[in-house]
Design a protein around this ligand. Structure first.
Ligand SMILES: C[S@@+](CC[C@H](N)C(=O)[O-])C[C@H]1O[C@@H](n2cnc3c(N)ncnc32)[C@H](O)[C@@H]1O
Length: 290
């Protein structure tokens, strides 16, 4: 019974359970969803070792794809919310943005971004900030937040706060997990992963990574291992995906609704439905402030 209760607690991010304490059946809210968070920064710090000129080139291409051709960036400011390794902030500076500011909730991401900016010889302002309770009081020509807002624990609020930092006619570029049939299953797996000890984390990772490799092998896609988009890595992406909790996902309509009518959706990528069995994948949205 105790084992079963513990198992259910592990698997359930936001439910209330009964537990037996001193022979009394007490209803107790044991674990709150907001108490559990994946430490993204450690993964980004490890991933940094594989960042080289080639990786930066891929990141630059993926960033340029999101920017309108007519957009003149030389005098513009760029805010990267949830900068992670800092790779995409560095790319923004290298393609010519005048000012780049990078923020992250996780102090390890902040220090990793500072180190990577030094490594590539670019000047960017980096500091710790929580988008749900931001200290930023300036507006930016481009606010970029790739794969971040769905990990805050409050996607709606994160969109409201971050879109508020876009200047008039500025761009709001976000990437958010697509809604799939397997989102609830993944939310539970991620929660379980974050609550597990290092042994279980390793087992889960091994299982998931083997399935990913097997899928690539049977689709004769193994050469794609080195072609992960945005300069990312299959190995570190798999850790990021398994651990990435809190987790939310949204459809295109929901995102447009959350961003609201102060913005116009000018372009989007990868918004079509996916099965989501092995991972949800992000849809990219480019909005312009009216
Ligand atoms: C999946 S990573 C994406 C990193 C980077 N944007 C990229 O595309 O490589 C998510 C990042 O968001 C950060 N993050 C999570 N919650 C945040 C919050 N409330 N405020 C700011 N950053 C946050 C995490 O620390 C992590 O570095």
């Amino acid at each position: 019974m105790i084992i079963l209760t513990k198992f259910l607690i592990c698997l359930s991010p936001n439910k209330t359970y009964f537990c037996q304490t001193n022979n009394l059946l007490l209803m107790k809210k044991i674990i709150k969803k907001k108490d559990t968070r994946f430490e993204f920064g450690k993964n980004w710090s490890a991933y940094s070792k594989v960042i080289n000129d080639n990786v930066v080139k891929k990141s630059i291409l993926s960033l340029e794809k999101l920017l309108p051709k007519t957009f003149s960036i030389k005098k513009m400011s760029f805010l990267d919310i949830g900068c992670g390794s800092g790779l995409h902030s560095i790319s923004a500076k290298l393609i010519g943005f005048k000012k780049v500011v990078s923020v992250d909730y996780d102090i390890n991401s902040v220090s990793t971004t500072i180190q990577n900016a030094e490594k590539f010889g670019v000047e960017i302002d980096v500091f710790e900030d929580d988008v749900l309770n931001t200290n930023i009081d300036k507006k930016f020509d481009v606010v970029y937040s790739w794969g971040v807002l769905h990990h805050t624990g409050n996607l709606r609020k994160a969109i409201k706060e971050s879109s508020n930092l876009v200047s008039k006619k500025g761009l709001y570029i976000i990437a958010i997990y697509r809604k799939t049939k397997f989102c609830i299953m993944w939310e539970n797996i991620k929660y379980f992963y974050c609550r597990s000890n290092s042994f279980f984390k390793f087992v889960l990772f091994l299982l998931y990574f083997s399935i990913l490799l097997f899928r690539l092998l049977i689709s004769f896609n193994i050469k794609n291992l080195s072609k992960i988009e945005r300069g990312m890595s299959l190995y570190y992406d798999a850790i990021d995906w398994l651990g990435g909790y809190p987790y939310e996902s949204a459809s295109k309509d929901e995102i447009v609704n959350m961003v609201g009518d102060k913005f116009k959706l000018t372009n989007s990528f990868s918004t079509s439905n996916s099965i989501g069995l092995l991972g949800t994948g992000c849809a990219e949205y480019i909005f312009q402030k009216k």
